[in-house]
Design a protein. Sequence first.
Length: 94
Amino acid sequence: MKCMPTDEYRYFITAYSCRSFSEAARKSSISSQGIGKAIRGLEQKFGVQLFGRTTRGIVPTEIASKLYPILCSIVSKEDELECLIANSQHDSNR
């Protein structure tokens, strides 16, 4: 199954917080290659580099720091929407 854009946003948020693709992968239960692929996809989509890669991990770029709160908000709203729909379906089955 192809990952949803918000899945990529979640991976970005986790990588941003961890400052490491391997740690983000562990927390997200996917491979570090999967995290790297998702981040590269976002970088291509947005046309910017989101992280500097070093031997010690990753360093968010200035644009990544600006995108972080926006993507957190989008993911939060998606979670809120899913909760609302789940509760609505539960209520209609009574």
